[in-house]
Design a protein around this ligand. Structure first.
Ligand SMILES: O=C(O)CCC(=O)C(=O)O
Ligand SMILES: [Fe+2]
Length: 303
């Protein structure tokens, strides 16, 4: 029997968190974001790893169990945490920078973005995402040899899927979604009535959403161990090649590439990873230190 991930490109895991856990997390995040700029869009690895309540979320039993079912027992996590607030993105695939990589259309490619959501999709303020079911597939793959043609066909089919077959995933606060890095998706936006109160900021966030409906989505990447190295190499390339004018994205990659497992992780993180038999993708000490150097330069505004 085919798993829902390979069939539809996504899996919805209900009630990963209890109502009480959701309330506690929202309280913590409201307080954290209160100290930031009004349109702050996310917190990343370094900050997440200071907060046990956040960095242990990927180790919830239900999460591990369901991911292992779809990705295989040799599960691997990236600590590229992104806790996003009031994000409003348009249609895209997360693996956009990997489209031309040979591994990206392999039959045994098993790489997903995991998201835990702290609000429901029916509140009218856009708490979830839309996806195009089955959009992760490369069609006619066996008939066509040319990589570029395969990509063009996928893009074309995706446009049709997005236009006619896309759907909102109906989630409750505390649910999890994980989806193939090749699956088209976009943020669920506030409904028409509520859009009147919304301002779209330059950084892709929305202001005007009432605090009790703030959209919090906690993301990280997971894969079968066989797909880890390729993604790590791609992340290194992106961290190095992104121009200095885009220091935000550069800082994002550098933020987790600079962390060497297990040395730079909190003890309870290491224990949970070991206990659950989850590998953590990491560069060598020497390579991590290079990215630590870049991170320091970004912080001191030197690049
Ligand atoms: O939670 C959302 O609105 C989607 C965010 C997203 O797709 C991304 O950050 O890649
Ligand atoms: Fe995305």
């Amino acid at each position: 029997m085919k798993d829902n991930l390979s069939k539809y490109g996504y899996v919805h895991v209900k009630n990963v968190l209890s109502k009480e856990e959701v309330i506690e997390l929202r309280k913590l995040l409201d307080a954290k974001f209160n100290n930031k700029e009004k349109d702050a869009r996310a917190i990343h690895a370094e900050e997440v790893l200071k907060e046990e309540l956040l960095y242990l979320l990927p180790f919830k039993n239900k999460v591990i169990k369901r991911l292992k079912q779809s990705l295989g027992g040799d599960l691997c996590y990236f600590s590229d945490y992104q806790l996003m607030r009031n994000i409003a993105g348009n249609w895209h695939i997360d693996g956009g920078s990997e489209l031309y990589k040979p591994y990206f259309m392999a039959d045994d490619y098993r790489f997903v973005k995991c998201g835990i959501y702290l609000q429901s999709s029916n509140e009218g303020w856009g708490g979830s995402i839309l996806i195009a079911p089955r959009g992760h597939k490369f069609f006619l793959k066996n008939l066509i040899n040319n990589k570029l043609v395969r990509i063009l066909i996928k893009n074309f089919v995706n446009k049709i899927q997005v236009k006619f077959f896309s759907k909102v995933i109906n989630i409750e606060a505390g649910d999890m979604l994980f989806f193939d890095a090749r699956l088209p998706h976009k943020s669920q936006w506030p409904n028409k009535e509520n859009l009147k109160f919304i301002k779209v900021n330059e950084n892709g966030t929305l202001t005007g959403i009432p605090t009790e409906h703030t959209k919090y989505a906690f993301y990280w990447n997971a894969c079968n161990i066989n797909n880890a190295e390729d993604f790590l190499i791609n992340s290194k390339e992106r961290a190095i090649s992104i121009k200095t004018c885009s220091n935000n994205s550069k800082a994002f990659f550098v933020d987790y590439l600079k962390l060497c497992f297990p040395d730079d992780y909190p003890n309870s993180f290491v224990e949970h990873a070991k206990k659950n038999n989850v590998a953590i993708a990491s560069l060598s000490r020497a390579e991590s230190d290079v990215f630590k150097g870049i991170s320091d330069l970004i912080e001191s505004d030197e690049i």
